[in-house]
Each structure stands twice: as C-alpha cells, then as structure tokens.
Design a protein around this ligand. Structure first.
Ligand SMILES: CSCCC(=O)C(=O)COP(=O)(O)O
Ligand SMILES: [Zn+2]
Length: 204
C-alpha cells in the first residue's frame, strides 16, 4: 500500500476516534510508519478528530527529529519507541478514553489482566477467552524521554503486545497497519469497558 493510502487510512481512523469521543479536546496522537527510518506523526496540539493529511509531520524514528522543523506530538518518543522495538509495527494510535483513564488509575498492579472475555480474540494471536492478556500500566510522566526509556526496559524483560496504559492518561496501541491498530484499539476499549463494569458490579 502506498504512503498516501496508508495516510488516508490514518486520517479516517482519526475521524473515527474523534467521533467515538476517544480523543477529547487536543488529546491523543496517531502515526503511521513510512519505512524503516521514518514515520508520519500528528502535529502537536490539534483536535485529532479533525485532522487532514497536512497535519501529519515526517519524523525520523532514530532521532525523533522532524526534518521540516514543525512540531510533532509531545509523545513522539513513545511512537518511535514502538517502531524501533517492533519492526513489524506499521501504525500507532494513542487515545484518551474514560475507560482507559479510570481503569489505569484503579488498577494498582503493574498490568491490567484481561481474561474470560470472548472479545480477547479481537487481538491478533488470541484464540480463546481462557488465556490472559496483560496490558502493562506505567505511571504517567511529563518526561516522555524517561517514560520511553522505562517502557524500553520493560520490553527487554517482559512480553509487550498490543498496547500499554499510562496511569490516569490513556492507551497507546499499535498494529502492523492502520486497520490492525484500529481493531486492537476497538477491542481493547471494549474489554476496558467490560472490566470497568465488572469491577463496579463486584464492588457492590
Ligand atoms: C490535553 S492533551 C495533553 C497531551 C497529551 O496527552 C496528548 O495525547 C496530546 O498531545 P499532542 O502533543 O500529541 O497533541
Ligand atoms: Zn496523551
């Protein structure tokens, strides 16, 4: 698929995310890989539900630098980390949903454990509700370089698949292309909603 087609799919995904209310105000950021060395990342501070092709900025994956001098997302280092860690990753979506924000705060452990849900099979490679999907939760930080380094250390020691949560902040997830990243986002968001409801009911 050409760069233009991938970017068009990403723009459509941004509009879909916006319509769902998953990137309120200027929250969220989205990117697509161009090749081994470069990705296209959303410009910082924009309403991501209304992005057009021109709102994406080329960023060098190794350096986080934008040759154009424009300002890509404040969370650029998290996107480029994913592209460096996973050569098969082709798109990254970061959202600020209520479920991800609340669940990541009430979860006291280092990971949100999802099990018993048929919808786990919306995640590539999951074939049964009887397995456990672990989505790590990292404490939020305004120091994105330090956060990226912490996540890199985690990935060197533990499996990291589909996405991670930032406590009180949101979800960052990815896929081999925009469509797979979208499926992972939608599947995880559904699972987060179920888990939030389950915890609420069981606490009564
Ligand atoms: C109110 S949004 C705060 C920053 C953030 O978490 C985010 O996802 C958007 O930052 P960006 O620089 O990508 O616009
Ligand atoms: Zn964010």
């Amino acid at each position: 698929m050409s760069d233009t087609q991938q970017l068009d799919q990403l723009v459509a995904a941004c509009h879909w995310i916006g319509a769902k209310g998953w990137a309120p105000a200027t929250g969220g950021n989205m990117s697509v890989r161009q090749d081994e060395h470069f990705c296209l990342l959303s410009e910082s501070g924009k309403d991501k539900g209304g992005l057009t092709r021109d709102d994406f900025i080329q960023v060098e994956i190794a350096s986080n630098l934008a040759p154009s001098g424009r300002k890509p997302s404040a969370e650029t280092a998290l996107h480029t980390l994913i592209y460096r860690l996973f050569p098969e990753a082709g798109a990254v979506l970061h959202t600020h949903t209520v479920n991800a924000t609340v669940l990541s705060r009430v979860e006291e452990g280092a990971a949100l454990l999802l099990y018993g849900y048929e919808m786990q099979k919306s995640l590539t490679g999951q074939h049964t509700h009887e397995d456990t999907v672990a989505i790590p939760v990292f404490d939020n930080s305004q120091d994105i370089a330090a956060l990226a380094s912490e996540i890199e250390d985690y990935a060197a020691r533990f499996p990291l698949r589909y996405g991670f949560l930032l406590r009180g902040h949101g979800l960052t997830c990815w896929g081999e292309n925009v469509n797979e990243a979208r499926r992972h986002l939608e599947g995880l968001e559904f699972l987060f909603e179920c888990e939030r409801q389950r915890r609420l009911l069981e606490s009564k």
